[in-house]
Design a protein around this ligand. Structure first.
Ligand code: SF4
Ligand code: MSK
Length: 636
Protein backbone atom coordinates (compact mmCIF):
# COMPACT_ATOMS: atom_id res chain seq x y z
CA UNK A 1 0.00 0.00 0.00
CA UNK A 2 1.46 3.37 -0.96
CA UNK A 3 1.96 5.84 1.88
CA UNK A 4 -0.21 8.95 1.76
CA UNK A 5 1.76 12.09 1.02
CA UNK A 6 2.05 14.43 3.98
CA UNK A 7 2.09 17.72 2.17
CA UNK A 8 2.19 19.41 -1.19
CA UNK A 9 4.44 22.16 0.18
CA UNK A 10 7.80 21.78 -1.62
CA UNK A 11 9.69 23.45 1.23
CA UNK A 12 8.33 20.93 3.69
CA UNK A 13 9.04 18.05 1.34
CA UNK A 14 12.62 19.30 1.09
CA UNK A 15 12.98 19.46 4.88
CA UNK A 16 11.24 16.26 5.96
CA UNK A 17 14.14 13.95 5.00
CA UNK A 18 16.54 16.31 6.77
CA UNK A 19 14.37 16.18 9.89
CA UNK A 20 14.44 12.40 9.74
CA UNK A 21 18.19 12.36 9.34
CA UNK A 22 18.59 14.67 12.32
CA UNK A 23 16.32 12.44 14.41
CA UNK A 24 13.68 15.15 14.70
CA UNK A 25 10.18 13.85 15.28
CA UNK A 26 7.52 15.85 13.41
CA UNK A 27 3.77 16.20 13.60
CA UNK A 28 3.45 13.63 10.81
CA UNK A 29 5.58 11.08 12.69
CA UNK A 30 3.45 11.51 15.79
CA UNK A 31 0.27 11.27 13.74
CA UNK A 32 1.46 8.04 12.11
CA UNK A 33 2.10 6.31 15.43
CA UNK A 34 -1.22 7.57 16.81
CA UNK A 35 -3.07 5.52 14.21
CA UNK A 36 -5.50 3.89 14.41
CA UNK A 37 -7.05 6.71 16.42
CA UNK A 38 -9.70 5.81 18.96
CA UNK A 39 -12.96 4.99 17.19
CA UNK A 40 -15.07 6.19 20.12
CA UNK A 41 -13.29 9.51 20.16
CA UNK A 42 -13.60 9.85 16.39
CA UNK A 43 -17.35 9.44 16.71
CA UNK A 44 -17.59 11.76 19.71
CA UNK A 45 -19.23 9.10 21.90
CA UNK A 46 -16.63 9.07 24.65
CA UNK A 47 -17.63 11.03 27.76
CA UNK A 48 -15.15 12.13 30.43
CA UNK A 49 -17.33 14.79 31.99
CA UNK A 50 -17.44 13.09 35.39
CA UNK A 51 -15.29 10.55 37.17
CA UNK A 52 -17.89 7.85 37.14
CA UNK A 53 -16.65 7.63 33.58
CA UNK A 54 -15.01 7.55 31.20
CA UNK A 55 -18.08 6.14 29.48
CA UNK A 56 -18.36 5.17 25.86
CA UNK A 57 -21.32 4.23 23.75
CA UNK A 58 -21.10 1.24 21.43
CA UNK A 59 -21.82 2.64 17.99
CA UNK A 60 -22.85 -0.78 16.68
CA UNK A 61 -25.59 -1.20 19.26
CA UNK A 62 -24.15 -4.37 20.84
CA UNK A 63 -22.57 -2.83 23.92
CA UNK A 64 -23.65 -0.04 26.28
CA UNK A 65 -26.00 2.53 24.85
CA UNK A 66 -25.88 4.81 27.89
CA UNK A 67 -23.16 6.11 30.17
CA UNK A 68 -23.19 5.32 33.88
CA UNK A 69 -25.44 8.36 34.53
CA UNK A 70 -27.73 7.42 31.66
CA UNK A 71 -26.50 9.94 29.08
CA UNK A 72 -26.98 8.57 25.57
CA UNK A 73 -24.84 9.09 22.47
CA UNK A 74 -26.76 12.21 21.44
CA UNK A 75 -26.28 13.92 24.79
CA UNK A 76 -22.61 12.97 24.92
CA UNK A 77 -21.85 14.11 21.37
CA UNK A 78 -23.75 17.37 21.79
CA UNK A 79 -22.04 18.14 25.09
CA UNK A 80 -18.58 17.45 23.69
CA UNK A 81 -19.29 19.66 20.70
CA UNK A 82 -20.77 22.54 22.69
CA UNK A 83 -17.72 22.50 24.97
CA UNK A 84 -15.47 22.82 21.92
CA UNK A 85 -17.43 25.87 20.84
CA UNK A 86 -17.06 27.36 24.32
CA UNK A 87 -13.30 26.79 24.19
CA UNK A 88 -13.09 28.38 20.74
CA UNK A 89 -15.11 31.36 21.94
CA UNK A 90 -12.92 31.68 25.03
CA UNK A 91 -9.76 31.77 22.92
CA UNK A 92 -10.87 34.36 20.40
CA UNK A 93 -12.66 36.46 22.97
CA UNK A 94 -9.77 36.51 25.39
CA UNK A 95 -7.66 37.79 22.53
CA UNK A 96 -10.36 40.44 21.93
CA UNK A 97 -10.46 41.41 25.60
CA UNK A 98 -6.72 41.89 25.58
CA UNK A 99 -7.00 44.28 22.62
CA UNK A 100 -9.97 46.17 24.14
CA UNK A 101 -8.15 46.61 27.45
CA UNK A 102 -5.12 47.96 25.61
CA UNK A 103 -7.30 50.44 23.73
CA UNK A 104 -8.71 51.55 27.08
CA UNK A 105 -5.18 52.02 28.40
CA UNK A 106 -4.31 54.10 25.35
CA UNK A 107 -7.43 56.21 25.89
CA UNK A 108 -6.41 56.75 29.50
CA UNK A 109 -2.91 57.77 28.46
CA UNK A 110 -1.09 54.62 29.63
CA UNK A 111 0.57 51.88 27.51
CA UNK A 112 3.10 54.22 25.84
CA UNK A 113 4.13 51.63 23.24
CA UNK A 114 0.71 51.85 21.61
CA UNK A 115 -1.21 54.60 19.88
CA UNK A 116 -4.29 55.08 17.79
CA UNK A 117 -3.08 54.50 14.26
CA UNK A 118 -6.40 54.70 12.45
CA UNK A 119 -8.40 57.57 13.94
CA UNK A 120 -10.99 57.51 11.18
CA UNK A 121 -11.71 53.86 11.81
CA UNK A 122 -12.12 54.57 15.51
CA UNK A 123 -14.61 57.31 14.72
CA UNK A 124 -16.50 55.02 12.32
CA UNK A 125 -16.69 52.32 14.97
CA UNK A 126 -17.95 54.83 17.53
CA UNK A 127 -20.67 55.87 15.07
CA UNK A 128 -21.60 52.26 14.49
CA UNK A 129 -21.82 51.64 18.23
CA UNK A 130 -24.01 54.77 18.58
CA UNK A 131 -21.52 56.57 20.79
CA UNK A 132 -22.04 59.98 19.15
CA UNK A 133 -18.34 60.69 18.55
CA UNK A 134 -18.79 64.08 16.84
CA UNK A 135 -16.81 66.79 18.62
CA UNK A 136 -15.22 64.40 21.12
CA UNK A 137 -11.51 64.11 21.76
CA UNK A 138 -9.99 61.01 20.13
CA UNK A 139 -8.80 59.60 23.45
CA UNK A 140 -12.27 60.02 24.89
CA UNK A 141 -13.67 58.12 21.90
CA UNK A 142 -11.07 55.39 22.45
CA UNK A 143 -12.19 55.01 26.06
CA UNK A 144 -15.86 54.88 25.13
CA UNK A 145 -15.33 52.35 22.33
CA UNK A 146 -13.16 50.20 24.60
CA UNK A 147 -15.78 50.39 27.33
CA UNK A 148 -18.63 49.51 24.96
CA UNK A 149 -16.55 46.50 23.84
CA UNK A 150 -15.77 45.45 27.41
CA UNK A 151 -19.50 45.73 28.20
CA UNK A 152 -19.87 42.72 25.90
CA UNK A 153 -17.96 40.77 28.56
CA UNK A 154 -19.87 41.99 31.57
CA UNK A 155 -23.52 42.82 30.79
CA UNK A 156 -25.89 40.97 33.09
CA UNK A 157 -29.20 41.76 31.39
CA UNK A 158 -29.91 38.78 29.21
CA UNK A 159 -32.39 40.66 27.05
CA UNK A 160 -29.75 43.07 25.69
CA UNK A 161 -27.62 41.58 22.91
CA UNK A 162 -23.87 42.13 22.73
CA UNK A 163 -23.08 45.47 21.07
CA UNK A 164 -20.73 44.03 18.50
CA UNK A 165 -23.04 41.18 17.51
CA UNK A 166 -25.98 43.51 17.09
CA UNK A 167 -24.31 46.15 14.94
CA UNK A 168 -22.47 43.82 12.58
CA UNK A 169 -25.34 41.64 11.34
CA UNK A 170 -28.37 42.34 9.17
CA UNK A 171 -31.41 43.49 11.16
CA UNK A 172 -33.29 40.39 10.01
CA UNK A 173 -30.56 38.09 11.32
CA UNK A 174 -30.47 39.86 14.67
CA UNK A 175 -34.22 39.39 14.99
CA UNK A 176 -34.03 35.72 14.06
CA UNK A 177 -31.25 35.00 16.52
CA UNK A 178 -32.99 36.90 19.31
CA UNK A 179 -36.16 34.89 18.62
CA UNK A 180 -34.20 31.66 18.79
CA UNK A 181 -32.67 32.85 22.07
CA UNK A 182 -29.15 32.28 20.78
CA UNK A 183 -28.04 35.90 20.66
CA UNK A 184 -25.26 36.39 23.24
CA UNK A 185 -25.62 39.15 25.83
CA UNK A 186 -22.24 38.62 27.49
CA UNK A 187 -19.38 36.61 26.01
CA UNK A 188 -18.00 35.34 29.31
CA UNK A 189 -21.44 34.46 30.67
CA UNK A 190 -22.29 32.47 27.57
CA UNK A 191 -19.06 30.48 27.83
CA UNK A 192 -19.75 29.86 31.52
CA UNK A 193 -23.32 28.86 30.69
CA UNK A 194 -22.10 26.19 28.26
CA UNK A 195 -19.74 24.77 30.87
CA UNK A 196 -22.54 24.80 33.45
CA UNK A 197 -25.25 23.27 31.29
CA UNK A 198 -22.94 20.46 30.18
CA UNK A 199 -21.89 19.54 33.74
CA UNK A 200 -22.94 16.07 34.85
CA UNK A 201 -26.63 15.94 35.51
CA UNK A 202 -27.57 19.07 33.54
CA UNK A 203 -28.82 19.66 30.01
CA UNK A 204 -29.40 16.27 28.40
CA UNK A 205 -31.43 17.29 25.37
CA UNK A 206 -29.13 17.26 22.35
CA UNK A 207 -31.00 19.95 20.40
CA UNK A 208 -31.12 22.24 23.42
CA UNK A 209 -27.41 21.74 24.09
CA UNK A 210 -26.69 22.54 20.46
CA UNK A 211 -28.68 25.77 20.68
CA UNK A 212 -26.49 26.64 23.67
CA UNK A 213 -23.51 25.82 21.45
CA UNK A 214 -24.77 28.18 18.73
CA UNK A 215 -24.93 30.95 21.30
CA UNK A 216 -21.34 30.13 22.26
CA UNK A 217 -20.32 30.27 18.60
CA UNK A 218 -21.95 33.70 18.33
CA UNK A 219 -20.03 34.77 21.42
CA UNK A 220 -16.94 33.69 19.49
CA UNK A 221 -18.11 35.84 16.57
CA UNK A 222 -18.60 38.82 18.88
CA UNK A 223 -15.11 38.54 20.35
CA UNK A 224 -13.70 38.15 16.89
CA UNK A 225 -15.43 41.25 15.51
CA UNK A 226 -14.21 43.50 18.26
CA UNK A 227 -10.77 41.98 18.17
CA UNK A 228 -10.38 42.63 14.44
CA UNK A 229 -11.81 46.11 14.40
CA UNK A 230 -9.95 47.36 17.47
CA UNK A 231 -6.68 45.88 16.19
CA UNK A 232 -7.13 48.00 13.08
CA UNK A 233 -7.56 51.07 15.29
CA UNK A 234 -4.33 50.35 17.15
CA UNK A 235 -2.20 48.98 14.34
CA UNK A 236 -3.75 50.28 11.14
CA UNK A 237 -6.37 48.95 8.75
CA UNK A 238 -4.71 46.64 6.23
CA UNK A 239 -4.18 47.73 2.68
CA UNK A 240 -2.84 45.61 -0.17
CA UNK A 241 0.85 44.95 0.19
CA UNK A 242 3.19 42.79 -1.87
CA UNK A 243 5.29 40.34 0.09
CA UNK A 244 6.58 36.77 -0.01
CA UNK A 245 5.68 33.50 1.59
CA UNK A 246 7.21 30.12 2.40
CA UNK A 247 10.34 29.06 4.22
CA UNK A 248 12.61 30.53 1.55
CA UNK A 249 11.95 33.91 3.20
CA UNK A 250 14.45 33.02 5.94
CA UNK A 251 17.86 34.60 5.36
CA UNK A 252 21.18 32.95 5.92
CA UNK A 253 22.93 36.20 6.85
CA UNK A 254 20.31 37.64 9.16
CA UNK A 255 19.10 37.13 12.69
CA UNK A 256 15.85 35.36 11.86
CA UNK A 257 13.05 35.92 14.35
CA UNK A 258 9.81 34.02 13.73
CA UNK A 259 6.71 35.50 15.39
CA UNK A 260 4.06 32.87 15.93
CA UNK A 261 0.63 32.71 17.52
CA UNK A 262 -2.16 35.23 17.21
CA UNK A 263 -2.10 38.46 19.09
CA UNK A 264 -0.63 41.52 17.31
CA UNK A 265 -0.08 43.30 20.65
CA UNK A 266 3.25 41.50 20.94
CA UNK A 267 4.36 41.04 17.34
CA UNK A 268 3.75 44.66 16.36
CA UNK A 269 6.06 45.91 19.08
CA UNK A 270 8.71 43.32 18.25
CA UNK A 271 8.67 44.56 14.65
CA UNK A 272 9.04 48.17 15.81
CA UNK A 273 11.88 47.35 18.18
CA UNK A 274 13.72 45.04 15.77
CA UNK A 275 13.90 47.80 13.18
CA UNK A 276 15.88 49.84 15.67
CA UNK A 277 18.22 46.96 16.59
CA UNK A 278 19.53 46.15 13.14
CA UNK A 279 22.94 47.58 13.93
CA UNK A 280 23.30 45.34 16.98
CA UNK A 281 22.51 42.34 14.81
CA UNK A 282 25.07 43.43 12.26
CA UNK A 283 27.69 43.82 14.97
CA UNK A 284 26.98 40.22 15.94
CA UNK A 285 27.89 39.18 12.40
CA UNK A 286 24.48 39.18 10.73
CA UNK A 287 25.26 41.20 7.64
CA UNK A 288 21.57 41.47 6.68
CA UNK A 289 20.52 42.63 10.14
CA UNK A 290 17.26 41.33 11.57
CA UNK A 291 14.74 39.41 9.48
CA UNK A 292 11.30 39.02 11.03
CA UNK A 293 9.06 36.34 9.55
CA UNK A 294 5.60 35.18 10.56
CA UNK A 295 3.98 31.83 11.29
CA UNK A 296 0.25 30.99 11.56
CA UNK A 297 -2.02 33.91 12.35
CA UNK A 298 0.57 36.23 13.84
CA UNK A 299 2.16 35.75 10.45
CA UNK A 300 -1.05 36.92 8.81
CA UNK A 301 -1.32 39.92 11.14
CA UNK A 302 2.17 41.25 10.41
CA UNK A 303 2.01 40.27 6.75
CA UNK A 304 -1.14 42.28 6.04
CA UNK A 305 -0.13 45.35 8.04
CA UNK A 306 3.61 45.50 7.44
CA UNK A 307 4.37 43.26 4.48
CA UNK A 308 6.46 41.00 6.76
CA UNK A 309 7.00 37.72 4.87
CA UNK A 310 5.12 34.63 5.99
CA UNK A 311 7.38 31.66 6.76
CA UNK A 312 4.75 28.96 6.96
CA UNK A 313 1.37 27.88 8.29
CA UNK A 314 0.25 25.67 11.16
CA UNK A 315 1.28 22.15 10.25
CA UNK A 316 4.81 23.02 9.22
CA UNK A 317 5.75 25.27 12.15
CA UNK A 318 8.35 22.71 13.30
CA UNK A 319 9.95 22.84 9.86
CA UNK A 320 10.91 26.46 10.40
CA UNK A 321 13.24 25.28 13.18
CA UNK A 322 14.49 22.36 11.06
CA UNK A 323 15.95 24.91 8.60
CA UNK A 324 18.54 25.59 11.31
CA UNK A 325 18.20 29.28 10.49
CA UNK A 326 15.58 30.45 12.98
CA UNK A 327 17.33 32.10 15.90
CA UNK A 328 14.25 32.78 17.96
CA UNK A 329 10.68 31.64 17.68
CA UNK A 330 8.58 34.03 19.71
CA UNK A 331 5.14 32.76 20.57
CA UNK A 332 2.08 34.20 22.27
CA UNK A 333 -1.18 32.25 22.26
CA UNK A 334 -2.93 29.48 20.33
CA UNK A 335 -1.80 26.93 17.76
CA UNK A 336 1.72 26.69 19.08
CA UNK A 337 2.85 23.06 19.11
CA UNK A 338 4.36 22.04 22.45
CA UNK A 339 6.73 19.96 20.32
CA UNK A 340 8.63 23.08 19.28
CA UNK A 341 10.98 22.93 22.23
CA UNK A 342 11.92 19.30 21.49
CA UNK A 343 12.71 20.20 17.89
CA UNK A 344 14.68 23.21 19.09
CA UNK A 345 16.86 20.93 21.25
CA UNK A 346 18.54 19.74 18.04
CA UNK A 347 19.29 23.30 16.95
CA UNK A 348 20.31 26.61 18.47
CA UNK A 349 16.81 28.11 18.26
CA UNK A 350 15.40 29.87 21.31
CA UNK A 351 11.69 29.19 21.71
CA UNK A 352 10.44 32.19 23.68
CA UNK A 353 7.05 32.14 25.37
CA UNK A 354 5.62 35.50 26.37
CA UNK A 355 2.20 35.04 27.95
CA UNK A 356 1.59 34.08 31.59
CA UNK A 357 -1.12 31.64 30.48
CA UNK A 358 0.99 30.02 27.81
CA UNK A 359 4.28 28.53 28.92
CA UNK A 360 6.00 25.50 27.36
CA UNK A 361 8.44 23.30 29.22
CA UNK A 362 11.89 23.84 27.77
CA UNK A 363 11.15 27.33 26.44
CA UNK A 364 12.65 30.60 27.64
CA UNK A 365 9.90 32.70 29.17
CA UNK A 366 10.08 36.47 28.76
CA UNK A 367 6.87 37.87 30.08
CA UNK A 368 5.17 40.44 27.95
CA UNK A 369 3.14 43.25 29.52
CA UNK A 370 1.56 46.11 27.64
CA UNK A 371 2.90 48.70 30.06
CA UNK A 372 6.51 47.59 29.48
CA UNK A 373 6.09 46.25 25.96
CA UNK A 374 9.18 47.87 24.48
CA UNK A 375 11.47 46.56 27.23
CA UNK A 376 10.16 43.00 26.78
CA UNK A 377 10.49 43.22 23.01
CA UNK A 378 14.05 44.50 23.36
CA UNK A 379 14.97 41.65 25.64
CA UNK A 380 13.48 39.16 23.18
CA UNK A 381 15.46 40.58 20.26
CA UNK A 382 18.65 40.52 22.38
CA UNK A 383 18.10 36.83 23.13
CA UNK A 384 17.63 36.21 19.40
CA UNK A 385 20.90 37.99 18.59
CA UNK A 386 22.72 35.95 21.22
CA UNK A 387 21.25 32.76 19.75
CA UNK A 388 22.39 33.82 16.29
CA UNK A 389 25.96 33.85 17.59
CA UNK A 390 25.53 30.18 18.50
CA UNK A 391 24.05 29.18 15.14
CA UNK A 392 25.73 26.14 13.59
CA UNK A 393 26.21 27.03 9.92
CA UNK A 394 26.53 23.37 8.97
CA UNK A 395 22.96 22.79 10.07
CA UNK A 396 21.46 25.60 7.98
CA UNK A 397 19.22 24.35 5.17
CA UNK A 398 16.89 27.07 3.93
CA UNK A 399 14.70 25.65 1.19
CA UNK A 400 14.80 27.72 -1.94
CA UNK A 401 11.02 28.04 -2.12
CA UNK A 402 9.05 31.22 -1.77
CA UNK A 403 6.21 32.82 -3.66
CA UNK A 404 5.00 36.34 -4.12
CA UNK A 405 1.83 37.10 -2.18
CA UNK A 406 -0.40 40.16 -2.20
CA UNK A 407 -1.95 40.46 1.25
CA UNK A 408 -4.10 42.96 3.13
CA UNK A 409 -7.58 43.00 1.61
CA UNK A 410 -9.58 44.35 4.51
CA UNK A 411 -13.24 45.18 3.82
CA UNK A 412 -12.14 48.81 3.60
CA UNK A 413 -9.43 47.95 1.06
CA UNK A 414 -11.91 46.03 -1.08
CA UNK A 415 -14.37 48.92 -0.98
CA UNK A 416 -11.57 51.36 -1.80
CA UNK A 417 -10.66 49.32 -4.89
CA UNK A 418 -14.31 49.11 -5.93
CA UNK A 419 -14.80 52.84 -5.42
CA UNK A 420 -12.41 53.45 -8.31
CA UNK A 421 -15.09 51.96 -10.52
CA UNK A 422 -17.99 53.75 -8.85
CA UNK A 423 -17.07 56.41 -6.34
CA UNK A 424 -20.66 57.08 -5.26
CA UNK A 425 -21.75 53.50 -4.88
CA UNK A 426 -18.68 51.23 -4.51
CA UNK A 427 -20.67 48.06 -3.93
CA UNK A 428 -22.60 48.47 -7.16
CA UNK A 429 -19.94 47.05 -9.51
CA UNK A 430 -19.57 44.00 -7.28
CA UNK A 431 -23.30 43.44 -6.94
CA UNK A 432 -23.93 44.03 -10.65
CA UNK A 433 -21.35 41.39 -11.50
CA UNK A 434 -22.87 38.93 -9.04
CA UNK A 435 -26.33 39.56 -10.46
CA UNK A 436 -25.22 39.22 -14.09
CA UNK A 437 -23.34 36.03 -13.24
CA UNK A 438 -19.83 37.21 -14.06
CA UNK A 439 -19.16 36.42 -10.44
CA UNK A 440 -21.18 33.34 -9.53
CA UNK A 441 -20.70 33.71 -5.82
CA UNK A 442 -18.25 34.36 -3.01
CA UNK A 443 -16.33 31.74 -1.03
CA UNK A 444 -14.49 32.31 2.21
CA UNK A 445 -11.67 29.87 2.97
CA UNK A 446 -10.75 29.64 6.62
CA UNK A 447 -9.21 27.33 9.15
CA UNK A 448 -6.18 25.28 9.80
CA UNK A 449 -4.17 22.36 8.47
CA UNK A 450 -4.66 18.86 9.84
CA UNK A 451 -2.45 15.82 9.23
CA UNK A 452 -5.64 13.91 8.41
CA UNK A 453 -5.44 15.69 5.04
CA UNK A 454 -2.44 16.25 2.78
CA UNK A 455 -1.21 19.66 3.92
CA UNK A 456 -2.58 22.47 1.71
CA UNK A 457 -3.99 20.06 -0.87
CA UNK A 458 -7.68 20.47 -0.06
CA UNK A 459 -7.41 24.27 -0.10
CA UNK A 460 -5.65 24.36 -3.45
CA UNK A 461 -7.79 21.76 -5.18
CA UNK A 462 -11.05 23.39 -4.12
CA UNK A 463 -9.86 26.91 -4.90
CA UNK A 464 -8.74 26.02 -8.43
CA UNK A 465 -12.09 24.42 -9.09
CA UNK A 466 -14.06 27.37 -7.69
CA UNK A 467 -11.89 29.78 -9.70
CA UNK A 468 -12.84 27.93 -12.86
CA UNK A 469 -16.46 28.35 -11.86
CA UNK A 470 -16.05 32.11 -11.50
CA UNK A 471 -16.31 32.23 -7.72
CA UNK A 472 -14.66 35.19 -5.98
CA UNK A 473 -12.44 33.90 -3.16
CA UNK A 474 -11.40 35.33 0.20
CA UNK A 475 -9.11 33.65 2.71
CA UNK A 476 -8.03 33.93 6.33
CA UNK A 477 -5.97 32.00 8.86
CA UNK A 478 -3.77 29.11 7.84
CA UNK A 479 -5.84 28.76 4.67
CA UNK A 480 -4.59 32.20 3.71
CA UNK A 481 -1.11 30.90 4.54
CA UNK A 482 -1.62 28.05 2.10
CA UNK A 483 -2.63 30.36 -0.73
CA UNK A 484 0.23 32.75 0.01
CA UNK A 485 2.78 29.90 -0.01
CA UNK A 486 1.47 28.42 -3.23
CA UNK A 487 1.28 31.59 -5.30
CA UNK A 488 -2.51 31.83 -5.50
CA UNK A 489 -2.48 35.32 -4.00
CA UNK A 490 -0.97 36.75 -7.15
CA UNK A 491 -2.16 38.37 -10.34
CA UNK A 492 -0.52 35.55 -12.29
CA UNK A 493 -2.78 33.07 -10.53
CA UNK A 494 -5.81 35.03 -11.70
CA UNK A 495 -4.52 34.85 -15.26
CA UNK A 496 -3.83 31.13 -14.92
CA UNK A 497 -6.86 29.82 -13.04
CA UNK A 498 -9.79 32.25 -13.05
CA UNK A 499 -12.75 31.56 -15.28
CA UNK A 500 -13.11 34.11 -18.08
CA UNK A 501 -15.81 36.26 -16.50
CA UNK A 502 -14.18 36.28 -13.05
CA UNK A 503 -10.88 37.22 -14.68
CA UNK A 504 -12.55 40.11 -16.52
CA UNK A 505 -14.05 41.49 -13.29
CA UNK A 506 -10.84 41.10 -11.27
CA UNK A 507 -8.95 42.80 -14.09
CA UNK A 508 -11.41 45.71 -14.32
CA UNK A 509 -11.21 46.29 -10.55
CA UNK A 510 -7.45 45.80 -10.43
CA UNK A 511 -6.79 48.22 -13.26
CA UNK A 512 -9.16 50.84 -11.86
CA UNK A 513 -7.38 50.51 -8.51
CA UNK A 514 -4.06 51.28 -10.20
CA UNK A 515 -2.67 47.76 -10.30
CA UNK A 516 -1.08 46.83 -13.54
CA UNK A 517 -3.46 43.91 -14.01
CA UNK A 518 -6.08 41.93 -12.11
CA UNK A 519 -6.65 41.53 -8.41
CA UNK A 520 -5.10 38.34 -7.02
CA UNK A 521 -7.06 35.13 -7.44
CA UNK A 522 -7.58 34.74 -3.68
CA UNK A 523 -7.92 37.88 -1.57
CA UNK A 524 -6.01 37.78 1.71
CA UNK A 525 -8.27 38.98 4.53
CA UNK A 526 -6.05 38.21 7.50
CA UNK A 527 -5.90 35.91 10.49
CA UNK A 528 -8.53 33.65 12.12
CA UNK A 529 -10.12 36.56 13.98
CA UNK A 530 -10.38 38.43 10.70
CA UNK A 531 -13.11 36.16 9.44
CA UNK A 532 -15.38 38.94 10.63
CA UNK A 533 -14.01 41.06 7.76
CA UNK A 534 -15.71 38.73 5.29
CA UNK A 535 -18.96 39.10 7.23
CA UNK A 536 -18.63 42.89 6.95
CA UNK A 537 -18.50 42.60 3.16
CA UNK A 538 -21.35 40.08 3.05
CA UNK A 539 -23.59 42.15 5.34
CA UNK A 540 -22.97 45.26 3.25
CA UNK A 541 -24.05 43.34 0.13
CA UNK A 542 -27.07 41.83 1.89
CA UNK A 543 -28.20 45.21 3.21
CA UNK A 544 -27.88 46.74 -0.20
CA UNK A 545 -29.90 43.97 -1.78
CA UNK A 546 -32.41 44.11 1.07
CA UNK A 547 -32.02 40.41 1.89
CA UNK A 548 -30.56 38.41 4.76
CA UNK A 549 -27.26 36.54 4.58
CA UNK A 550 -28.99 33.22 4.03
CA UNK A 551 -30.11 34.38 0.59
CA UNK A 552 -26.68 35.37 -0.73
CA UNK A 553 -24.59 33.13 -3.02
CA UNK A 554 -22.01 32.94 -0.31
CA UNK A 555 -20.26 29.83 1.04
CA UNK A 556 -17.46 29.08 3.48
CA UNK A 557 -14.95 26.24 3.57
CA UNK A 558 -12.57 24.99 6.24
CA UNK A 559 -11.19 22.04 4.30
CA UNK A 560 -8.35 21.14 6.69
CA UNK A 561 -9.62 22.41 10.04
CA UNK A 562 -8.61 21.07 13.44
CA UNK A 563 -8.95 23.60 16.28
CA UNK A 564 -11.77 24.35 18.70
CA UNK A 565 -11.66 27.89 17.37
CA UNK A 566 -12.35 26.57 13.89
CA UNK A 567 -15.32 24.60 15.25
CA UNK A 568 -16.69 27.83 16.71
CA UNK A 569 -16.05 29.79 13.50
CA UNK A 570 -17.71 27.17 11.31
CA UNK A 571 -20.69 27.09 13.62
CA UNK A 572 -21.22 30.85 13.66
CA UNK A 573 -20.90 30.90 9.88
CA UNK A 574 -23.76 28.38 9.75
CA UNK A 575 -25.67 30.37 12.36
CA UNK A 576 -25.34 33.50 10.25
CA UNK A 577 -26.88 31.61 7.32
CA UNK A 578 -23.83 30.47 5.36
CA UNK A 579 -23.43 26.97 3.85
CA UNK A 580 -20.14 25.84 5.37
CA UNK A 581 -17.97 23.02 4.14
CA UNK A 582 -15.62 21.07 6.38
CA UNK A 583 -13.11 18.68 4.86
CA UNK A 584 -12.30 16.67 7.99
CA UNK A 585 -14.89 14.27 9.40
CA UNK A 586 -16.20 15.98 12.57
CA UNK A 587 -16.26 14.05 15.83
CA UNK A 588 -20.05 13.97 15.97
CA UNK A 589 -20.96 11.06 13.75
CA UNK A 590 -21.86 8.85 16.73
CA UNK A 591 -25.10 10.79 17.02
CA UNK A 592 -27.40 10.85 14.01
CA UNK A 593 -29.46 13.46 15.88
CA UNK A 594 -26.53 15.88 16.14
CA UNK A 595 -25.34 15.18 12.60
CA UNK A 596 -28.82 15.79 11.22
CA UNK A 597 -29.22 18.97 13.24
CA UNK A 598 -26.04 20.46 11.82
CA UNK A 599 -26.43 19.38 8.22
CA UNK A 600 -30.22 19.55 7.72
CA UNK A 601 -32.24 21.06 10.57
CA UNK A 602 -29.89 24.03 10.68
CA UNK A 603 -30.85 24.80 7.11
CA UNK A 604 -34.54 25.09 8.04
CA UNK A 605 -33.80 27.03 11.19
CA UNK A 606 -30.98 29.32 10.11
CA UNK A 607 -30.50 28.99 6.37
CA UNK A 608 -26.87 27.94 6.92
CA UNK A 609 -25.77 24.33 7.26
CA UNK A 610 -22.66 22.16 7.33
CA UNK A 611 -21.46 20.25 4.28
CA UNK A 612 -19.11 17.40 5.26
CA UNK A 613 -16.93 16.23 2.37
CA UNK A 614 -13.37 14.96 2.59
CA UNK A 615 -12.80 14.68 -1.15
CA UNK A 616 -11.75 18.14 -2.35
CA UNK A 617 -13.13 17.75 -5.85
CA UNK A 618 -16.49 16.61 -4.53
CA UNK A 619 -16.38 19.42 -2.01
CA UNK A 620 -15.86 21.98 -4.75
CA UNK A 621 -18.81 20.54 -6.65
CA UNK A 622 -20.99 20.77 -3.54
CA UNK A 623 -19.96 24.36 -2.89
CA UNK A 624 -20.74 25.31 -6.48
CA UNK A 625 -24.12 23.58 -6.14
CA UNK A 626 -24.85 25.52 -2.94
CA UNK A 627 -24.02 28.77 -4.74
CA UNK A 628 -26.26 27.82 -7.66
CA UNK A 629 -29.12 27.03 -5.29
CA UNK A 630 -28.78 30.46 -3.71
CA UNK A 631 -28.70 32.15 -7.11
CA UNK A 632 -31.83 30.32 -8.08
CA UNK A 633 -33.50 31.46 -4.88
CA UNK A 634 -32.66 35.05 -5.74
CA UNK A 635 -33.91 34.54 -9.29
CA UNK A 636 -30.54 35.40 -10.83
FE1 SF4 B 1 -20.32 8.75 32.15
FE2 SF4 B 1 -22.46 10.35 32.55
FE3 SF4 B 1 -20.14 10.84 33.81
FE4 SF4 B 1 -20.34 11.21 31.17
S1 SF4 B 1 -21.42 12.34 32.73
S2 SF4 B 1 -18.62 10.24 32.27
S3 SF4 B 1 -21.73 9.56 30.58
S4 SF4 B 1 -21.43 9.03 34.06
S1 MSK C 1 -3.61 29.73 13.41
S2 MSK C 1 -6.81 28.09 14.48
S3 MSK C 1 -4.24 26.61 12.86
S4 MSK C 1 -6.18 28.76 11.14
FE1 MSK C 1 -5.11 31.01 13.46
FE2 MSK C 1 -4.11 28.44 11.82
FE3 MSK C 1 -6.30 27.21 12.63
FE4 MSK C 1 -4.60 28.05 14.35
Amino acid sequence: MSKMKNTIDPAVNYLLPLAKKAGVETVWDRFAVMKPQCGFGELGVCCRICWKGPCRIDPFGNGPQRGVCGADAHTIVARNLARMMAAGAASHSDHGRHIALTLLEVGEGHAPAYRIKDEQKLRNIAEKLNLAPAGKDIRQIAKEVAQASLDDYSRQKRSIPCNWAKVTMTAERVEKLVDLEVMPHNIDAVIAEIMARTHVGCDADAANILLGGLKGALADYTGMCLSTELSDVLFGTPEPVVTQANLGVLKEDAVNIAVHGHNPLLSEIICDVALKMNEEAKKAGAKDGINIVGICCTGNEVMMRRGIPLATNYLSQEMAIVTGAVDAMVVDVQCIMPALTSVAECFHTEVITTMPVNKITGATHIEFREESAVESARKIVEVAIEAFKRRDKRKVNIPDYKQTAIAGFSAEAILAALSKLDAKDPLKPLIDNIVNGNIQGIALFAGCNNPKAIQDNNFITIAKELAKNNVLMLATGCGAGTFAKTGLMTQEATEAYAGESLKAVLTAIGKAAGLNGPLPLVLHMGSCVDNSRAVNVAVAIANKLGVDLDKLPLVASAPEFMSEKAVAIGTWAVTLGIPTHIGIVPQIMGSPVVAEFLTEKAKELLGGYFIVETDPEQAAAKLVAAIKERRKGLGI
